[in-house]
Design a binder for this molecule. Structure first.
Ligand SMILES: Cc1cc2nc3c(=O)[nH]c(=O)nc-3n(C[C@H](O)[C@H](O)[C@H](O)COP(=O)(O)O)c2cc1C
Ligand code: SF4
Length: 442
């Protein structure tokens, strides 16, 4: 009997060879000005070689003011097209498709760059965790950003990529409009669900006008916001429910979206995304310094992470607001199933997947059509090949320790769980640094 994991998945304009997508995962691989590097190509090749059907890129800003940190490759200028063409061509050699995540950070940032100290958003409220300040967008600003998304899609298409994804999840600009917790506008972009969805639907229509119907377009959405997961965020309220997101997905599909990618949580990070079995607060105290000095909650947050007692309290609050470690794999499946039951397009689900039998069951039971994986593939780049060879789980699976996440603001992206390397720190760092090889001038 054919294995559903390795059955191709057909979207309206795209066919992917199997049901495992590399989920978006950002690392500071590129130049300060947002031009791309060989290091990013090396990174993506790890997963293409490892057998995934498609790679969904990390956060790619469509507008200079939408950047969340320096050193992420951008798509806001035509001069970026040749770099993305090189990424796509490299990945295609492994029969792997490449989907670019078109993104704008809004008020949620990590390290603001020199050009734009302040973000922009549906609101003028600062983000509750870091305290980054923002300007409420005018109608003119909204039009400019909608056009920037459409131009980003055009550039992705001109670069020969296989599609684009709207980053409508995890608290970034599109979430900031969709969210009943964040969006406090009183004009036609705020208030009712229909008004809050206007921004993203305008983006979808603008993309369709620019690139036509025959280019793959999907949307990543935080189906349930869980906006009040932490004490800092409680004031903003719980945010959108899955029922509201089902309605948004129906509108998105009517407007021309070809697939829905289901995530959770209305900030990044969020206790449920990426859901952790642990949080290394001591390490956070060191890597977080760069962020803290840019936001207005610097003192509170540094105190929180540099003191053993408050650190322990924060760790407990964070983990309690997530899910128990044994429920991390597939934690968004019930949301995905509700969306799948309501829309006619394929649904991709993200969150903790790393066991072949669990993924098979998610697909055959009709809860989703494919899964996307981030940390679990960082830990085992060749997991899909291992599944193909008959393994149900990697010998050394991802432990969901989230050290990769805590390191990434300051250090290269990779797996930092030394227990997975027989407690050999040098071997672990060798794996982390391998992304810098090869380089053109080496
Ligand atoms: C270090 C790190 C960076 C991430 N960057 C992005 C991103 O750029 N865009 C995005 O949509 N999700 C991002 N995510 C979320 C993942 O795509 C994924 O949805 C989430 O981690 C759950 O999947 P996993 O359990 O397989 O890691 C990131 C996750 C991690 C750990
Ligand atoms: S550091 Fe490694 S084991 Fe820990 S969550 Fe990240 S990829 Fe998984």
């Amino acid at each position: 009997m054919p294995d559903v994991l390795f059955e191709p998945l057909s979207f309206r304009n795209l066919t992917v060879k199997n049901r495992v997508f590399r989920s978006n995962i950002s690392g500071r691989f590129d130049n300060y000005d947002g031009t791309g590097t060989q290091t990013r190509i090396n990174w993506e090749l790890k997963f293409a070689e490892g057998g995934v059907g498609a790679i969904i890129s990390s956060f790619v800003p469509v507008h200079p003011r939408g950047r969340i940190i320096p050193n992420y490759a951008t798509v806001y200028d035509d001069d970026r097209i040749p770099f993305w063409r090189a990424v796509g061509e490299a990945v295609h050699r492994y029969d792997c498709r490449y989907i670019m995540q078109l993104s704008h950070g809004g008020r949620q940032r990590d390290v603001p760059d020199l050009q734009y100290a302040k973000g922009q958003s549906s609101t003028s409220k600062k983000d509750p965790l870091h305290g980054f300040e923002c300007d409420r967008m005018t109608i003119g600003d909204i039009r400019e950003v909608v056009a920037a998304f459409a131009d980003g899609a055009r550039r992705a298409r001109e670069a020969g990529l296989d599609g684009v994804e709207l980053h409508g999840a995890n608290g970034y600009l599109i979430t900031q409009f969709l969210s009943s917790a964040i969006n406090d506008r009183t004009d036609e972009y705020g208030g009712s669900l229909e008004n809050r969805a206007r921004f993203v639907l305008e983006i979808v229509r603008a993309i369709r006008t620019k690139v036509g119907r025959d280019f793959h377009l999907q949307m990543k959405i935080s189906a349930t916001e869980h906006a009040d997961a932490l004490i800092f965020t409680k004031l903003e309220g719980p945010g959108n429910t899955v029922e509201e997101s089902v309605q948004v997905c129906k509108w998105l599909v009517e407007a021309g979206v070809d697939a829905i990618h289901v995530s959770t949580g209305n900030s990044f990070p969020h206790p449920r995304n990426p859901a952790g079995a642990d949080l290394d607060v001591q390490l956070l105290g060191h890597t977080y310094e760069q962020l803290a000095s840019s936001g207005t909650n610097t003192f509170r947050n540094l105190l929180l992470f540099h003191n053993d007692l408050t650190g322990a309290i924060f760790r407990k609050a964070w983990l309690d607001a997530g899910v128990p470690a044994n429920q991390i794999e597939g934690l968004s499946l019930s949301d995905a199933a509700q969306i799948k039951a309501a829309v006619s397009v394929p649904v991709i689900c993200t969150g903790g997947f790393q066991t072949a039998s669990v993924i098979r069951n998610a697909i055959t039971s009709g809860q989703c059509d494919a899964v996307s994986m981030a940390r679990t593939l960082v830990a085992n780049n060749d997991l899909v090949k291992q599944f193909a060879a008959g393994r149900d789980r990697a010998e050394r699976p991802c432990t969901y320790c989230n050290k990769c996440l805590v390191h990434v603001v300051e250090h290269p992206l990779g797996c930092y769980e030394v227990s997975r390397f027989d407690n050999n720190e040098a071997a672990m760092l060798e794996q982390v640094m391998s992304v810098y090889r090869p380089q053109p001038f080496a």
